[in-house]
Design a protein around this ligand. Structure first.
Ligand code: BG6
Ligand code: MG
Length: 219
């Protein structure tokens, strides 16, 4: 099998555990609205845009008739709570092995892009001090169609100047795995094998694999 030329990374839940902060902020919003929101419900929010995440939450709470103004207000409130966690973040919060893996790929000449649904991606990369490790950054500010639409991955490959079939994507969300596959890319799932069963390989996190093993496995 031919070696891959580019690695495209999701951010939330892959490079940093912001997925837990998203959950805490949505959970708080649900509590304020008077219902329980579980981690299982939260699984459906992973990888999708802020407004689609809100729709998941409102569906769980049976709140189906809110005006678009009210929805904007709720999404903004959640984002303000979420940003309180982001502002406290330090480079120590990069998930174990992620930074070493990015550096390892760069040393091998593999191009690296970010493909995230988050509009907060620039702040997060800055707080983690890893913006410079990416050759291209595509995030929620530059795409109009959320995962599982392949747009974010195709834009990332285009910015790198690499064909989709030469890209490997690292994803923790079902919607992300699906979007990457629809983009014609190969996918490593980061998380639960039962949840990410559409991915070619699934690992619990970067420490579970020596980079050299991963690279030989996917080359
Ligand atoms: C994705 C998360 O990375 O970003 C989703 O997995 C989130 O859960 C989405 O809804 C949008 O994030 P933000 O930071 O723009 O609200
Ligand atoms: Mg994610």
């Amino acid at each position: 099998m031919k070696p891959f030329k580019a690695a495209i990374f999701d951010l939330d839940g892959v490079i940093v555990d912001t997925a837990k902060f998203h959950f805490l902020a949505w959970h708080r919003l649900a509590a304020e609205l008077g219902f329980e929101f579980t981690e299982k419900d939260n699984e459906r929010q992973k990888g999708v845009s802020r407004m689609e995440s809100l729709e998941v939450l409102l569906e769980v709470g049976g709140l189906l008739d809110l005006s678009s103004e009210k929805k904007e207000e709720l999404a903004t409130k959640k984002n303000e709570w979420y940003k309180e966690y982001l502002y406290k973040m330090t480079p120590a919060e990069i998930l174990p092995g992620a930074k070493d893996f990015l550096k390892y790929l760069r040393l091998r000449g593999i191009r690296i892009a970010l493909a995230s649904a988050s509009k907060n991606a620039p702040i997060i990369l800055e707080k983690l001090n890893i913006t410079d490790l990416f050759d291209a950054i595509v995030d929620g500010n530059s795409v109009s169609k959320a995962k599982p639409n392949p747009e974010v991955f195709l834009k990332a490959a285009e910015q790198l100047g690499i064909a989709p079939s030469d890209c490997f994507v690292f994803e923790d969300a079902q919607a992300g795995v699906e979007g990457a596959k629809r983009a014609g890319m190969r996918v490593v799932g980061i998380g639960e094998p039962t949840v990410l069963n559409q991915a070619e390989i699934v690992v619990r996190g970067f420490p579970d694999i020596e980079p050299v093993i991963l690279l030989s496995h996917i080359n």
